[in-house]
Design a protein around this ligand. Structure first.
Ligand code: DO4
Ligand code: MG
Length: 300
């Protein structure tokens, strides 16, 4: 069972449970955290509460594939972990040294350090859901999607659910100088999450999730990569605990856990591309790529 949000009509957004056979059960709650709070109040786990709830309601007369899906959680903030997979460490080293790596970098250090790299990735207004455009920056020539598992947490740091995230990134900006990280990571519509939430308790082993990324150009598959969360260097609780240190976070925050798939070094996203990120247990997060409508700024 998964949880989605969809636009029913102009003014109505619906939180719904979706069964494996794609039956959609509209729920009376507005968001996952409200549902988990209710479950706690009743002394139940979110999954058993949800199972009980859907016994009492009729499925919606809708087809899942025809719904206008929204972000499954309106995360007030999306945070992200970096260099948590060897693949990411190698790619960061390549872009920081123009491919001429001959010494250990701070990326090697952070990969091995006790303290993980954690940065603010996005806010609710900058985050898009499934089938909505992710934007390119006008001042970058080397942009990629970063397919990542996302942890949906409450303000206490409990992992409530898993989702899929796309941490859109500019390799040239970060490669020029790591102090440019916020510009390499945060801009309008540079983060996508969705298409659904999978309750944490419904996942047998969250360190055995396959992640698949496909990028299409003119309907042709131009990049395909596969990885598995078993390759993650860190533990989810460890990442959450660093995020919470001396910090106030809010219910429904999403913490992305780092990328394990990097397109070939010569690849950059272009206007019109389509990015698909799949975790079979969660679904496919699909986003068209759009160049900004604003006048491009001069590139260096
Ligand atoms: O060091 C920069 C960020 C790397 C990142 O976003 C990732 O590894 O996913
Ligand atoms: Mg990332």
């Amino acid at each position: 069972m998964k949880i989605i949000r969809y636009q029913k009509d102009k003014d109505t957004q619906v939180l719904a449970a979706v069964l494996n056979d794609a039956t959609v059960y509209p729920l009376e709650y507005t968001c996952l955290t409200e549902l988990t709070e209710q479950a706690k109040h009743k002394g139940q786990t979110p999954l058993s509460f949800l199972k009980e709830q859907i016994q009492t309601i009729d499925p919606a007369d809708v087809k899942l594939e025809e719904l206008s899906l929204l972000v499954p959680i309106e995360a007030p903030e999306v945070w992200a972990s970096g260099v948590t997979y060897e693949k990411s460490k190698e790619a960061r080293n390549y872009e920081a040294t123009d491919g001429k790596l001959d010494a250990s970098t701070f990326y090697d250090k952070v990969y091995d350090a006790d303290r993980p790299e954690i940065f603010l990735k996005s806010t609710a207004a900058r985050t898009v859901g499934p089938n909505t455009d992710v934007y390119l920056r006008s001042d970058s020539n080397w942009q990629i999607p970063e397919p990542e598992l996302g942890l949906v947490i409450n303000k206490e740091g409990d992992i409530l659910a898993y989702t899929i995230g796309n941490d859109m990134s500019c390799r040239d900006i970060e490669g020029e100088n790591p102090l440019y990280l916020p510009q390499a990571k945060i801009w309008k519509q540079s983060c996508a999450i969705g298409p659904a939430l999978l309750l944490a308790e419904a996942v047998e082993d969250a360190y055995k999730l396959e992640i698949i990324c496909k990028i299409y150009r003119n309907n042709e598959l131009v990049v395909e990569g596969k990885a598995n969360t078993s390759q993650l260097k860190r533990k989810y609780d460890e990442l959450v605990s660093f995020l919470l240190r001396d910090n106030e976070i809010f219910d429904g925050t999403v913490l992305l856990t780092g990328t394990c798939i990097v397109p070939p070094n010569e690849f950059t996203l272009m206007d019109g591309d389509l990015v698909e990120i799949e975790i079979p247990e969660i679904g496919v997060l699909s986003n068209p790529v759009k160049a900004p409508a604003t006048k491009p700024v001069a590139l260096h």
